[in-house]
Ligand binder design. Sequence first.
Ligand code: HEC
Length: 283
Amino acid sequence: MLLTGYWKSVMKQIVYGLLVMLVAIGISSCSAPEKLGVGEQRVFRITHADSTGRMFSEIWTGPRLESFGVLEISSEYFDRAMHTSDSRFSTVRFSRLLEKFQLKRGEDAVLLNCFDDYQGILSLHDINRYDLRLATNIKLTSYRPDWLNPLLIIVPNGKQAPFQERFLTANIRELKFVRLNDYYAPLQKIAGHSPEAREGLEVFKNNCLFCHSLKGRGGNKGVRLLEAYNFSNESDRRRMLIDFKNSHHKDNSEKQDIEQFVTEEKLERVIDFLKKFEKQVEG
Ligand code: HEC
């Protein structure tokens, strides 16, 4: 009797285990970003709050966005950052889209959630100052990495946006209006008053957070740096710098050349900032 009871429970566990595996496979295949051919349209969402603060999302398509007027352009900024030449884009002025929304809750930025777990963010101020575009179609003359899909942020020629990862968000699936201060608050708190850590935070915000999340902000395309390294340990800090060079150099086949945006000195400031987390409990 005892034995059969035991084997029954073992069998049950095996059956449950198999069920959990099947469900997990189902979920992961549903959430995998869909693969679309070049030129096919994806839908994207625009999420904002009404005057009572209730959040809701509108579904948009490329053609709906294009109804504001399409401008065919090239971008020296893009070609420089991506090591390409003669890339062409069908773009819509981002500011034209912004005009459609009445923001009543002090929103001053747009969060850009992407299909590949990248999370960009742009201030409304930068969108207007650099006349940033949303590309609905991308024409490259060279190899195109998987993630390089519309919607894509483009800096048009003649606009001197700082050379940063910030102005290169692709694969956008959701635009969400937010407040910059709310978004960065948990990170500002960690940086505290140390000038080095604050400078490091700025570098991180402009070039790294989009893929290496901290405190629930940013994307998870890259590894969690605080889990991979103990920043209070000198040999870990050196290892991080070496790994960075190995992952983010200019011949990176996935075209994630982040090294071009930062100097050694700036990376040292990033480390000064990340060191600050060692004294806190990660949340
Ligand atoms: C576009 C997304 C993206 C951005 C932006 C980005 N990273 Fe990464 N990073 C990655 C991915 C993806 C990997 C993993 C590469 C691989 O597959 O080995 C990585 C790897 C790394 C590694 C090596 C980790 C390891 O375990 O080998 C370090 C260190 C690193 N990144 C630091 C940074 C820093 C610092 C910045 C900003 C200056 C930055 N990254 C910006 C996506 C990004």
